[in-house]
Design a binder for this molecule. Sequence first.
Ligand code: CA
Ligand code: CA
Ligand code: CA
Ligand code: CA
Length: 411
Amino acid sequence: MATFVGEKASTRISKVWSIMNPDMHRTFSPDRQNSFVICIIAGIVATCFSLNAAAQEFFHHDRFLNGELQGNWGRQLGNGNIDSTPGEFVLHDPNDVSAWWLTRIDGERVDRRSEWSFRARVTLDEIVGRDNVFFAVGTSLYHHAGIRETIDGDNFLRAGICNGDVCETPNIEVPYSYLGEEVLVQYDGFGDEIIGTVWKDGNSDSQVQVEHFFPLSDTFPAIALANGSATIHELWISSEPIPISFLSGDFDGNGNLDAADIDALLGAADGQDTRFDVTGDDVVDMTDHRTWVKDRKNTWYGDANLDGEFNSSDLVAVFQAGHYEDGIAMNSGWANGDWNGDGYFDSGDLVVAFQDGGFELGQRTRRTVAVPEPMNSVRLVVILGLVALKRRRLTRTLDVGCQSCARACRA
Ligand SMILES: [Ca+2]
Ligand SMILES: [Ca+2]
Ligand SMILES: [Ca+2]
Ligand SMILES: [Ca+2]
């Protein structure tokens, strides 16, 4: 069998082989050389795939709906225990500190990384052992962000690095108690910086943040608890920064419930990314879409500009955007008329919007009563008739037409 390595290379490989296999160097045949080269190439390919896999984004979100963490906390430090029930993941360590490292998720190995973003919605339940209880999220090398409450009622947030009992970390006071109160704690370790944040859901005034500069090492995500018990209600672990928002449903964390958020939710529908599960049933579907519109944003179908009202301005905006029956697949979002979430703007969206009954009713309140169906139908027929005229100065016609329609319907 012909070899496909040159003589010099063959000599070098023989030397490497003899170093690796001292008992076999005398029987190093050309076939073995080929096998060895194939192994090296296979190794390089495997390494490339491995590096590629390591480069992929990691994201995990868990609400413990089945009473368990969706994964395996592969290693534990300390003698604390986990006592979870559906929807809650309870950590308990009465006398010392315990840490749990996430090394596998659903049977898949978690790659070590230096950069992690980690959030927990947590309640510190009680101080048991010493004069304080401490809960932290971070990594198994003890880069962390943690909250601590003392028995005297002093409350602290810290972010940094601990090595054994020695911690290098800023520790700042937080002006509210954690005990019995649900808070969100976030660890962001990126570059050489660790940022810790704590806040109460929906309350931007409650945010406290601290940062610490320290070189980060490759390691696993981890959670830790000392001297008491804590309930984790929800966990997010990501290799990309998790945007902090005080609004539920503000998926991009820009501080507004906007069209980008509802379009992102729609993009995630029927998928596994439960970041977009606003109803909390671990499924992302059109119920989440509706809940976002009606409960989170508290508005009407048809409110294209999301100012809280559905009126002629919205219709003018969507027809100006020019997506109405444009025949282009899946190019429409909320702002340009796709209100039923099928990716198109067509009469189906107008039907959904007018059936919702908010046209020219102003801001929706929780007690707003939808307009009786016959009146909506009249409006819808008028609007669809106007749409049929769309090629003749459509937007101006619509603006005038919608106002006329509303006057007619009120009369
Ligand atoms: Ca947003
Ligand atoms: Ca859902
Ligand atoms: Ca509007
Ligand atoms: Ca649509």
